[in-house]
Design a protein around this ligand. Structure first.
Ligand code: NDP
Ligand code: MG
Length: 384
């Protein structure tokens, strides 16, 4: 029986994780969960999984929650201390970090210091502060197992391999809903069109990032830190069928790939059970029905977010934190229909160019830059 906690239990990743727990009640004990404001789903999860600690947005949400479910014997905290309370709980051994954005950074760092096993779905800790995160892992007992499907694939491909013999990582992506569109056609795309991902069902933020290809850019930076490889060794390729979740090539030109259906329960389960593999009732790929596996070069002119992220990966330092913060604000503005799809990369590159670059930012500098970049992005998104 594993004692686990799920940060972001009401989200797309969180609910998939709880499906795994539901199907294997003898294997997992849910000690802590966190949501933000979706009280009805949180109430259901509390009734079903009986956690000891719950974190939500604020006291107003706690009051709403009390009306829906008995909170007797459960410690319920507001977000400002709640995530930390879950992470530092001694019973919790494995933590799935799958909250929204930047809030995932500090709990991840705390979990590393507390020696926890972190199933990491959030990209933000590594994009914002990859160097600090990986340095803390070297000093502490905590470690990361990636949940992002591509990184889970790479992690599986590299198992028992000598990282020094790695020649290249092929980071695959389905290309999102607009892969066949050119720059001029992207001017007219609507929010509804951007929210229709052809292969994956995910939260809104990552769905828009998939449409702009910023998601692949964030993943490139995530992979760079997670596997300690130079960004030049990571090649993004569009693979519309999304059967191959990523590949690695070794110095002898041998390539290992991980394949599977597009269901996030696969990488979540892998992270929960690592280093074991456990049977499940997910579907297998039927190769006889898979007509072809195709690969395309990403179109960096039509999808400048990926080009920006590549530059950010190469330059490093404070760029990741700034890019991440501005992108979060720009995507939010697009989701609120305040800016057009094609404005997202313009806003990201505008603020990136303006920022005062720091080569080795500490955590405090990263958090300050995050706030600065958000303000700059808000000015561009909402005051024009
Ligand atoms: P969702 O938007 O579906 O879920 C976000 C979760 O975080 C919800 O539980 C939400 O609570 C909570 N939340 C929202 N705002 C805050 C806040 N300010 N503070 C604390 N918690 C908050 O996201 P996803 O599950 O899609 O993604 C989570 C992370 O995993 C992202 O970093 C994403 O990039 C990554 N990821 C997701 C994949 C996917 O398939 N979805 C694939 C690979 C990576 P509430 O519901 O109450 O608002
Ligand atoms: Mg991914």
């Amino acid at each position: 029986m594993k004692n686990i906690a799920i940060l972001g239990s009401t989200g797309s990743i969180g609910t998939n994780a709880l499906k795994i727990v539901r199907s294997r009640p003898k294997d997992f004990n849910v000690i802590g969960i966190s949501g933000y404001s979706n009280v009805s789903l949180l109430a259901k999860q509390i009734k079903e999984f009986n956690p000891e600690i719950v974190s939500v947005k604020d006291d107003a949400v706690i009051k709403k929650l009390e009306k829906l479910v008995s909170l007797k014997g459960i410690k319920v905290y507001a977000q400002n201390i709640g995530l930390n309370k879950i992470v530092i709980n001694k019973k919790v051994k494995t933590i799935l970090v799958a909250t929204s954005g930047t809030v995932s950074l500090e709990p991840t760092l705390e979990a590393i210091e507390r020696g926890k096993i972190i199933a990491l779905a959030n990209k933000e800790p590594l994009v914002m502060a990859g160097q600090i995160v990986m340095e803390r892992i070297k000093k502490n007992k905590g470690y990361l197992i990636p949940v992002d499907s591509e990184h889970s694939a790479i992690f599986q491909c590299l198992k028992n391999e000598d990282i020094k013999k790695l020649r290249k990582i092929y980071l695959t992506g389905s290309g999102g809903p607009f892969k066949k569109l050119k720059k001029s056609q992207l001017e007219k795309v609507t929010l509804a069109m951007a929210l229709k991902h052809p292969k994956w069902k995910m939260g809104k933020k990552i769905t828009i990032d998939s449409a702009t290809l910023m998601n692949k850019g964030l993943e490139l930076i995530e992979a760079r830190w997670l596997f300690d490889v130079e960004p030049e060794k990571i090649e993004v390729i569009i693979h519309p069928e999304a059967v191959i979740h990523s590949m690695v090539e070794f110095c002898d030109r041998s390539i290992i790939a991980q394949l599977g259906i597009t269901d996030m329960r696969l990488p979540i389960q892998y992270a929960f059970d690592y280093p074991q593999r456990i049977d499940n009732d997910l579907q297998s790929i039927n190769f006889l029905k898979t007509k072809a596996l195709t690969f395309l070069k990403p179109d960096l002119l039509s999808f400048p977010c990926l080009a920006i992220a590549k530059q950010v990966a190469l330059k490093g330092g404070s760029c990741g934190a700034v890019m991440n913060a501005v992108n979060e604000i720009a995507v939010q503005a697009f989701l609120s229909e305040k800016i057009k799809f094609i404005e997202i990369p313009k806003i990201v590159s505008g603020v990136l160019k303006k920022h005062l670059f720091i080569k080795r930012p500490n955590l405090d500098e990263i958090l300050k830059l995050d706030i600065w970049a958000r303000r700059e992005a808000e000015l561009l998104c909402y005051q024009h």
